[in-house]
Design a binder for this molecule. Sequence first.
Ligand SMILES: *[C@@H]1O[C@H](CO)[C@@H](O)[C@H](O)[C@H]1NC(C)=O
Ligand SMILES: *[C@@H]1O[C@H](CO)[C@@H](O)[C@H](O)[C@H]1NC(C)=O
Length: 223
Amino acid sequence: MEPLSILIATLLTSNAFPAEDGPDFSYDIITNGQKKGVRVDVYYESLCPDSRSFFINELLPTVHKLGSHMFVHLIPYGRAETLESGGTIEFKCQHGAPECLGNKVHACVIENTLTDNVLAVNVTSCIFEEYFQPTNNGEKCCKKFGVSWDSVKTCTYGSEGSQLLKKYGDMTNRLLPIDFIPTIAINKNRGSRSYQAAILKNLTNEVCKILKKNSIATGVCGV
Ligand SMILES: *[C@@H]1O[C@H](CO)[C@@H](O)[C@H](O)[C@H]1NC(C)=O
Ligand SMILES: *[C@@H]1O[C@H](CO)[C@@H](O)[C@H](O)[C@H]1NC(C)=O
């Protein structure tokens, strides 16, 4: 290898997971008005089996127990690409065009449930339950939880959906390279690979560690 390519290879390797050297979690509590809690950012994509099982097995139950102490940010984009030319925005998604449409359904649900984290997670998890049909499910799940499917549909098929996905793409690209979908940041910290594994295995436990340290929700967290 030429010296320059060695240098580049070294930079790429050492950057492979930027937060690798960081602490596994920060004990900070986020405050917003009366609400105190832990911030959880979920980077995912709509047709991804690992994203699906994280929502159904971890995120949904954790939010049902601890939602009043969580600030959940959902970022549906994953390993997609944004292609912009001559004023049009298009996307290429890991699991093909249906995934891009699914990501838009998720993005538009999120946009219509901004004031209620639990509702957002309820509806998106419901969509994941039969994730191969994000639009059919979108309608069913919006109706089930009282979210306007008309607004979500208009957003999904219009320019709003594209603008939202582009925004989520920019947010996801700031984390690159991502080595697994879903990737979760707790209090904006992705930590090490083993921290990611611990979050995927038991999100409640990782949120509880921070809450307990701050004497919040100790009943639910079991102390
Ligand atoms: C979320 O779903 C749970 C379980 O179905 C339900 O008890 C709760 O009322 C829902 N909350 C919202 C805001 O949709
Ligand atoms: C996850 O963590 C919680 C809180 O620490 C604990 O009560 C629960 O048993 C754990 N679940 C599993 C499946 O290990």
